[in-house]
Write a protein that binds this ligand. Structure first.
Ligand code: H53
Length: 811
């Protein structure tokens, strides 16, 4: 059942003009896009505020169970259009703007991306917020209000340069509301000892602790046409008034403000250790304290908190949660250990997003006990009790030793999350299998019942209705509107994938999207690209395991093919890259440099012409993805099998009609299962083949380099001066591939990748065949809706009930 706002265009115009006049005191026609954006956002706030209040009232009146999603990253991108779409007034507002003679696109582009995340992990968290509201579940977010989001990337002389992203700048975040009354204190450092509290109890006494104030800012999360508003709570740090004297200088204050100053721009490894640990504890402690307080307002017994509260640990960053929850229950509310432990394990659950060991956080016990002395004591106690309990159960000693929390002078955060919770999930089938059989195999052997899979998903509304409005209209034309409310209705498209007129329509849609992107490319890079060429796209974080370099090697091969035979028959291609590298990740930055110099070489060679173009688009982010993804013909998902936990852009490309060039990794495998083998292009080693190399140590990159002449020539191109201005970067790449034995097996997968790419070229030339493939991808993309993923979390892990039962469930 739909529930949209009743709003006529006239009414909207009146509301908007009134808000604008109150705020800006100028003429509409003189206003900048930013001024118009602010007025529009404030108009929308007036529309959703009553819904927000009503939602909170009804949740507490019904004493509804709430799941809290703790994540150090949230990456919503722009919120304006999503909010309008979800309120059901996007078309009304666009029409109103037309009548006022205002440019809606310019206004929507004036919104700065809310980039409180690095990549897939943060985007997934934002998608889940949308889907929780859309499905009607009571699921709230808990994170940090960074002053600076993910850095802004500029490319200068081919190099990545990082600039701070002051996303809310001088205007503030228009969507948030400060909730002063929910502020709490968080303690760091100092000494703690246990003193007699009478009745045989002990209580901790702190000295020299640093006390900071955590102040929440709430950002509403609107459900799609259902009147539901959930809450994303972001914490900011302040100095409590009573402690002001401890911070006499500006430098003292800055050190405090640092806690919420920057999002760590590192997608997988820990860095800036102490500050990072403080960030993690700050948001976790503040969140848990307010959760307990609001639970107690219901007057229910604290021992039963798990009946009304779930806390989800997104990756290891908030994994201190079980220990902090124990601290709150025991120290602040006087609960006994066993009752507290029972409640804690029932409340907590954890998602693992990677098997890369550098991303599974571990802290040295020295640092941890220095920053969080009381929490450390509790962790040691949890660990001891875990050992004792497992020993009593007769569990295998080596296994228990491998799974304990404090080991070899380190605190293993994933272990705390698993032992302190009731559920561990991976994010795609293959990833969960790998967790069970490799990364977390000892845990799996000891507690198999905790493990489950939840394949990731995407907010398809954003990637169609917002990012691809013309595609959406074309879908409407062929199968009606139902898919906009029930994504599973998209399957009706399967009936027209071979209809020549439909194929033609969808071809034209893609051409329009390509034209839009081509214009942007020309405007921002000066490179002219032809929309007749295949648009072949790889956009994601730059990481060795994602193998952008394999893509580059193929481009070099094509370059030589054309140079050797300029008159040859060649299917034109535009290779498009977008990628940020972690500032400290030297090798990744070298790859960016090489891509840019290779692009210069190729794009300026008249003999190559339109046959081959290479473009690196700077500052890849959600709003740029919205422009790029719908324009892709080919989606590059070429990570080494086993390394990409899931991937989510693969799903966005699929649903906007790109054909996936894929290894059997992450969710690619499930995409293949949905579209069928013939509508995806698979290449490369399987995860078992990869593991076979690990087990036998039989991989020999130099042998491949020496014996395969094509590969030899391609790799030499990095160092023989063909690509100018990147000598040192070229030799680093050569060394990684040959001297250091090619950690991600690019050389082994090269020939099969080249063959697969040749297949793509042949397929593209057969337009009927290609459009069949493309449309099969759109038609069968419904499986990857994050609405369904979140239903599985809600039902199987958090055990939520549906306050708005039945309203929006897919038929
Ligand atoms: O999380 C995505 C996955 C993707 C994985 C990514 C991720 C981060 O972005 C950051 C840290 C981390 O451990 C994992 O790399 O494969 O799709 C959402 O699950």
């Amino acid at each position: 059942m739909e529930q949209t706002m009743e709003l006529t265009t006239d009414q909207f115009i009146r509301d908007f003009e009134q808000t604008f006049n109150e705020q800006q005191q100028t003429l509409l026609q003189n206003a900048t896009p930013t001024e118009l954006f602010l007025a529009l956002a404030h108009t929308i706030r007036q529309y959703y505020t009553p819904m927000w209040l009503e939602r909170n009232e009804s949740l507490s009146a019904r004493q509804e169970k709430i799941a809290y999603y703790f994540s150090i990253e949230f990456l919503p991108g722009r919120m304006l259009e999503t909010n309008l779409l979800n309120l059901g007034i996007l078309d009304t507002v666009k029409e109103g703007f037309t009548q006022l003679g205002l440019d809606f696109t310019a206004v929507k582009n004036a919104e700065h991306d809310m980039a409180l995340g690095n990549g897939g992990l943060g985007r997934l968290a934002a998608a889940f917020m949308d889907s929780l509201a859309t499905t009607g579940y009571a699921g709230f977010g808990n994170g940090l209000r960074y002053k600076y989001g993910l850095f802004k990337q500029r490319i200068v002389d081919g190099y990545q340069v990082e600039l701070p992203d002051a996303w809310f700048g001088s205007l503030g975040n228009v969507w948030e509301t400060r909730k002063d009354h929910d502020a709490v204190n968080v303690r760091f450092f100092g000494n703690v000892y246990m003193a007699d509290a009478g009745e045989g109890k002990l209580k901790p006494v702190y000295s020299n602790a640093q006390v900071l104030r955590a102040v929440p800012y709430d950002v509403p999360q609107l459900g799609y046409k259902n009147g539901v508003v959930n809450n994303l709570r972001l914490w900011d740090v302040e100095i409590p008034e009573e402690y002001e004297l401890n911070y006499p200088t500006i430098a003292d204050r800055r050190r405090v403000e640092d806690i919420t100053a920057v999002l760590y721009p590192d997608d997988s490894t820990e860095e800036g250790k102490k500050l990072r640990l403080m960030q993690e504890y700050f948001m976790t402690s503040a969140g848990l304290q307010t959760i307990v307080k609001s639970y107690l307002k219901m007057g229910l017994p604290l021992e039963k908190i798990y009946e009304k509260v779930s806390v989800h640990i997104n990756d290891t960053h908030p994994a201190v949660a079980p220990a902090e929850f124990m601290r709150i229950l025991i120290d602040d509310y006087g609960m006994e250990w066993d009752a507290a432990w029972n409640a804690t394990t029932k409340v907590m659950s954890y998602t693992n997003h990677t098997i890369l060991s550098e991303a599974l956080e571990k802290w040295s016990t020295g640092l941890f006990s220095f920053v969080l002395p009381r929490v450390f004591q509790i962790i040691v106690e949890i660990d001891n009790r875990y050992m004792a309990q497992m020993g009593a159960q007769g569990a295998d000693y080596a296994r228990v030793e491998n799974t304990r929390i404090v080991r070899n002078g380190q605190v293993h955060m994933a272990h705390l999350a698993i032992i302190g919770g009731h559920s561990v999930n991976g994010v795609a089938q293959i990833h969960t299998e790998l967790l069970k059989e490799d990364t977390l195999r000892d845990f799996y052997a000891l507690t198999p019942e905790k493990f489950n899979n939840k394949t990731n998903g995407i907010v398809q509304r954003r990637w169609t209705q917002i990012a691809a409005p013309v595609l959406s209209q074309t879908i409407d034309k062929w199968i009606g509107f139902e898919w906009r409310n029930d994504i599973h209705a998209l399957r009706a498209l399967n009936d027209v994938v071979d209809n020549p007129r439909a194929q033609n329509d969808f071809w034209e849609v893609k051409q329009l999207a390509k034209k839009r992107l081509a214009d942007y490319i020309e405007e921002t890079t000066g490179v002219h690209v032809s929309t007749d060429a295949i648009f072949d796209v790889q956009v994601k974080r730059l990481h060795a395991y994602k193998r952008q370099l394999l893509n580059v090697m193929h481009i070099i091969k094509l370059y030589w093919d054309i140079k050797d035979n300029p008159e040859g028959d060649f299917t034109p291609r535009v290779f498009i890259f977008g990628a940020k590298a972690a500032p400290g990740y030297h090798f990744a930055k070298s790859i960016i440099k090489v891509i840019n110099e290779l692009a210069n070489l190729i794009n300026n060679d008249p003999e190559i012409g339109d046959k081959l173009k290479v473009v690196f688009l700077e500052n890849y982010r959600v709003s740029l993805a919205e422009l790029i993804i719908p324009a892709a013909n080919v989606s590059e998902q070429i990570s080494l099998a086993s390394k990409e936990a899931s991937g989510t852009s693969n799903m966005k490309f699929m649903m906007t009609g790109a054909v996936t060039m894929a290894t059997l990794d992450g969710a690619n495998i499930e995409i293949r299962d949905e579209v069928g083998e013939e509508n995806i292009v698979i290449f490369g080693m399987t995860k078992d083949e990869v593991y076979h190399h690990y087990e036998t140590h039989d991989y020999n990159a130099r042998y491949l380099y020496d014996t395969d002449p094509v590969l030899h020539r391609v790799i030499n191109t990095f160092v023989d001066g063909t690509i100018p201005r990147c000598q040192s970067e070229g030799s680093e790449i050569f060394d990684a591939l040959v001297t250091y034995n090619d950690e991600y097996f690019l050389l082994e997968d090269f020939q099969s990748y080249v063959a697969a790419q040749a297949r793509v070229s042949a397929l593209y030339r057969d337009r009927e065949r290609w459009m069949h493939m493309s449309m099969m991808n759109i038609a069968n993309s419904d499986k990857f809706t994050s609405d369904d993923t979140i239903r599985q979390y809600a039902e199987e892990i958090w055990h939520l009930s549906l306050p708005h039962a039945g309203r929006h469930r897919a038929a």
